[in-house]
Ligand binder design. Structure first.
Ligand code: UFG
Length: 318
């Protein structure tokens, strides 16, 4: 298929673009490089530098079989401080992309949604049928786009899939996580092992969890990429499918730090800090729908494997 990958110079987008190229698809990456990196665009993909809302129409006019839409702002804290960036950069830009998809009759869309659309869960593991009550503008902006996509799918016979990522981690052999502002647990812990950070702060050790630290569902970015390929394959015109993507297994902040110590051989000092505002205690995906309907089953679920791949990438770049 000829596929447009928006945000294909970012972490998840570049890894998915690499998988698409590796499986023989023709890939065009559209990215404004506001947070992505030119050298993360995989060899074999054509690169167009441009702002999504402005450029999508011209690019899609060439004729495409589908769009994988990764381009987004994705910092929860920033979204609380500067919501306008999220309504504009995520919702308005995605609306323009949908309009370009409609104008050029592009048949398929795979969208990067998030577990943040659910907010504080009532039930864990979280199924796709759980109530969507996001607790920050980032999650609200992604949920608004999910609603937009549902309405376009029904009215304009688009085949659409929203993939709700839990905690994406790990790295592809060539592409991994490189954020200018790093807020994610695993890359921060690995910075301690690399010697660029003194210690890791544990945000709260009095949560209602077995060891008192927050529990998350870490999903390897290569497993996530596999799900995108399956989503393209199983998409049906006029239907908007929503899938949670996680391993269904939760690891605490302390378990993650322990895995990083085992992988790096570094003692990694950890300091207990106050809870971070807006963090739910436990976020774990119920992955039955993706398994049943897409035949997707993550295979890189071992925590030391996930951390090891992130470490190999971080080490290579240091
Ligand atoms: N944490 C620490 N210390 C740190 C950084 C994180 O203790 O220095 C803790 C957090 O409190 C949380 C866990 O590590 O309990 C994971 O935190 P991340 O920031 O790595 O990830 P989040 O669970 O906050 O966020 C992820 C995605 C978001 C998405 C959210 C909900 O990065 O985009 O899941 O799905 F919105």
């Amino acid at each position: 298929m000829k596929l447009l990958v928006t945000g294909g110079a970012g972490y998840v987008g570049s890894v998915c673009a690499a998988h698409l190229v590796e499986t023989g698809h023709e890939v065009v990456v559209l990215d404004d490089l506001s947070t992505g990196h030119r050298d993360a665009v995989p060899p074999g993909a054509r690169f167009v530098e441009g702002e999504l809302g402005a450029a999508a129409g011209d690019v899609l006019a060439e004729g495409f079989d589908g769009v994988l839409h990764f381009a987004a702002r994705s910092l929860v804290g920033e979204s609380v401080q500067r919501p306008e960036l999220y309504w504009h950069g995520n919702v308005v830009a995605s609306f323009r992309l949908l309009e370009a998809i409609r104008a050029h009759s592009t048949p398929r869309l795979v969208f990067s949604s998030t577990a943040a659309t659910y907010g504080e869960p009532e039930q864990v593991p979280i199924p796709e049928t759980a109530p969507t009550r996001p607790t920050n503008p980032y999650g609200a902006s992604k949920l608004a786009i999910d609603h937009m996509i549902s309405s376009y799918t029904a009215a304009h016979a688009l085949a659409a899939t929203s993939l709700r990522y839990f905690n994406v981690a790990g790295a592809h052999e060539a592409f991994g996580e490189r954020h200018a502002v790093e807020t994610h647990l695993i890359p921060l812990v690995l910075q301690v092992a690399l010697g660029t950070r003194e210690s890791i702060s544990v945000f709260g050790d009095d949560w209602p969890t077995p060891d008192g630290t927050c529990v998350r569902d870490y999903i390897h970015v290569d497993d996530l990429a596999d799900a995108h390929l399956l989503a393209l394959q199983y998409a049906v015109a006029g239907e908007h499918s929503i899938y949670n993507l996680g391993s269904g297994q939760g690891f605490s902040v302390r378990e993650v730090i322990e895995a990083c110590r085992a992988v790096t051989g570094h003692p990694i000092p950890a300091v207990t800090a106050p809870r971070r505002a807006g963090d739910p205690a436990v976020l774990v995906a119920a992955g039955d729908r993706a398994a049943e309907r897409l035949g997707w089953k993550p295979s890189r679920t071992d925590l030391e494997r996930i951390v090891g791949d992130a470490w190999a990438f971080a080490h290579k770049r240091a």
